[in-house]
Design a binder for this molecule. Structure first.
Ligand code: GLY
Length: 573
């Protein structure tokens, strides 16, 4: 061990000791790991939405698994300990950067069932039937998580699959203590669980949940065992598939055994670009997140944000104006690349973005009517959850996964114990009609059988001087790309630590409706007054995003940013 590395180890050990370390006796490792929101380590680190899933991930790393093994284990663990968004019945996106610098991405987004129709959420007069795309069996897309995660493990994993999935089985079988926030969330959703299920699911008990109560999910444990023993067939065929089909028949849903058997997660090229010399690697369509992120960065790169200052009126004005333009483009151009042609290179082209932002008036906010989608050249030729992982070798994973709304449809597949997504609402169910995040869309994101609905998920990785620098992402529907954007700008332009960058207040504008949301007391009142004078309409709202990030410094130390807006926890060793 070099002297320098020795010093780093001693410092990390000291940090572990003062930050309240945990000794975990799992497996053949008895090394210490630290746990908290803002910690430092020199080997592996996992940041996720629940203490149990972060522990599962770090134990896989300590056993010799790589970041992709740990990510797969975290995803299954989240399906148990974070049913708000972790899932077997949903989907997501993962971006991978190997220690060698090679990058990859997998799209395990849900698909519209074969029997879906463009107007399936409209009545005979063409009006949207409220609630159908969010609360009913028709709201469910064909789940992608199990196939996606198994593909990640078979392509990149080192440890055997049964070791990856067993911690999730144990969590489901033996139970885990619910957090205070989780107890509140389960109680708030109690009535939906009761009304939308024939048999009371594990999420409902006789009394209300309180912090520290144990949530045990035996049916989910059995489904996970089927996946452990039969791989993807344990979910997409056999008993589990039959249970999903029976659940669909019970509630007039559309997913059939053929839809399940034919589901196929897709390896895709991540979208990439640069920002002030840093390289950005992010999720590609059918997530709009990566493109929006690169558009936002590409537009604000033309302005001296650092000189203007963090949360200065000028910096906020230009960031809001960039957000309006990116979301206008999203509504027009983005959809499933297997169904629509997306001018990806045109949309993220620096010249296009410079032109797009060039009509900003620094003395006046633009109205939505003044901003229509741009004309990129065809240069071809509130709930989701994000986790970030890095291993000792430098392999990195950023993954975001979701059921769409908190607890998805709240419908649990009878006998199988997992929640179904309401991702069909992410399609443009009628041109111009807003989804639950207020996002509108066009033909590019209309419903078609087998098509993937457009997402905002933005798992992202940033390189500095060709080396791994940031791993990050967030839940939050339409606010995902703007949250990721602001954390990146906080780090790169405003030179913040990852802790300060994640904690800093956020704002969000998505073109329509004509408003900028901001977190309470996040922006100085004088600055708000200046911006209101320019015509910006500000509304205060609850937390925007919950970013889970890891920053790697020049010495290779890993610094976590587990967003205090949720129960997010980092584990590192
Ligand atoms: N369901 C939220 C998203 O994919 O953006």
């Amino acid at each position: 061990m070099s002297f320098c590395k020795g010093i780093i180890c001693i410092s990390v050990l000291f940090v572990l000791l003062i930050s309240g370390c945990s000794r975990n006796e799992a497996d053949n490792s008895n090394s210490l790991f630290s746990e908290g929101q803002f910690i430092t380590s020199d080997s592996g680190m996992v940041v996720s939405a629940h203490p149990e899933s972060s522990k599962v991930g770090i134990n896989i790393l300590r056993k010799g698994g790589n970041a992709m093994d740990a990510a797969a284990a975290v995803e299954f663990a989240l399906a148990v300990c974070y049913p708000e968004a972790g899932n077997l019945g949903g989907g997501g996106f993962m971006v991978i950067r190997k220690a060698s610098g090679e990058t990859d991405a997998i799209d395990y987004r849900e698909k519209a069932p074969a029997a879906s129709r463009r107007d399936m959420f409209l009545d005979s007069a063409g009006n949207v039937i409220r609630g159908l795309s969010t609360n009913s069996h028709l709201a469910c897309g064909v789940p992608g998580t199990v196939d996606g995660i198994i593909k990640v493990h078979s392509k990149y994993g080192k440890l055997p699959f049964n070791e990856i999935i067993q911690p999730a089985i144990d969590l489901a079988e033996k139970g885990f203590p619910v957090t205070a926030v989780q107890a509140k969330s389960l109680n708030a959703n109690r009535i939906n669980f009761i009304e939308r299920n024939r048999i009371r699911p594990a999420f409902v008990k006789d009394s209300l949940w309180k912090e520290g109560d144990t949530l045990i999910q035996p049916e989910l444990a059995n489904t996970l065992k089927l996946i452990r023993d039969y791989g993807r067939d344990g979910f997409y065929k056999g008993i589990t598939a039959q249970r999903i089909e029976a659940e669909m028949k019970r509630g007039n849903g559309l997913i059939t055994s053929e839809d399940l058997a034919s589901y196929d997660a897709q390896w895709r090229e991540p979208v990439t670009g640069t920002y002030r010399g840093y390289r950005i690697i992010a999720a590609p369509p059918p997530s709009g997140g990566g493109i929006i992120l690169l558009q936002l960065l590409g537009m604000v790169e033309n302005f001296p944000l650092r000189k203007w200052g963090f949360h200065s009126a000028k910096a906020i004005h230009i960031m809001i104006e960039a957000e309006k333009r990116a979301f206008a483009d999203r509504a027009e151009f983005l959809g499933d690349p297997d169904y629509v042609k997306i001018p990806v290179n045109g949309l993220i082209n620096k010249r296009y973005l410079k032109g797009r932002i060039s009509n900003v008036d620094m003395r006046k906010a633009s109205s939505p009517e003044e901003i229509t989608a741009g004309n990129p050249e065809w240069i071809e030729s509130e709930e989701t959850t994000h986790y970030s992982v890095v291993d000792a070798f430098g392999n990195a994973v950023a993954a975001t996964t979701t059921l769409n709304a908190t607890f998805g449809t709240s419908i649990v597949v009878e006998g199988a114990g997992f929640l179904l997504n309401n991702q069909m609402d992410d399609f443009s169910i009628k041109p111009g009609y807003p989804n639950i995040y207020g996002l509108t869309g066009s033909e590019a994101n209309s419903i078609q059988p087998g098509k993937r609905m457009l997402s905002s998920m933005t798992p992202a990785i940033v390189e500095k001087n060709k080396k791994l620098f940031l791993i990050l992402g967030s839940p939050g529907g339409s606010t995902i790309p703007t949250s990721v954007f602001q954390v990146i700008v906080n780090v790169i332009d405003f030179r913040m630590s990852i802790k300060d960058a994640v904690i800093a207040g956020r704002f969000h504008n998505q073109w329509l409706p004509d408003q900028t949301d901001m977190e309470k007391e996040s922006i100085d009142s004088l600055t708000i007054a200046v911006l209101r004078n320019l015509g910006h309409k500000f509304y205060t709202r609850s937390a925007i995003g919950r970013v889970n990030a890891i920053m790697i410094d020049k010495n290779g130390l890993r610094h976590s940013g587990a967003d205090p807006r949720g129960n997010n926890v980092a584990c590192g060793y």
